[in-house]
Design a protein around this ligand. Sequence first.
Ligand code: RP5
Length: 156
Amino acid sequence: MASSNTSAPLVGIIMGSESDMPVMEACTQQLDAFGIPYELVIASAHRSPAKVHEWASTAAERGLRVIVAAAGKAAHLGGVVAAYTPLPVVGVPMKTSDLGGMDSLLSMVQMPSGVPVACVAINGAKNAAIYAAQILGASDEAWRAKIVQMKDEMAG
Ligand code: RP5
């Protein structure tokens, strides 16, 4: 498990495979730009379910406040994590070679009632970081100020 810096992580990033990392670098880069500490783990809902269970069920007590879950194909990871934590989960559906990421998107976004997973666009890793910052910013002025500054810069 990797951490961004010495501060206690607030965002937990979980991804189903190391092959998701190149896309998810847009997420870690944006969190770094905001100065938001995060931890990152590779664990699959299908290949390493016990690891996912352990990580997700202890996430809140470790101090995490929001989770970003990236997965491709039959992308159950966000939903499984959401089943084990009271924290909000933002899913990033990975683009896939076979079905263009529609498989990942639909697996992630079509959660049954009672277990929500917010979902950004296919490969929307940067937006996942921004959304995570917005969740933190809802109750913390310092993080909200980062979003306000970003919006000001976007508007030119
Ligand atoms: C998912 O299967 C991962 O999230 C990844 O997007 C996809 C393919 O994984 P690899 O076969 O490249 O490890 O679990």
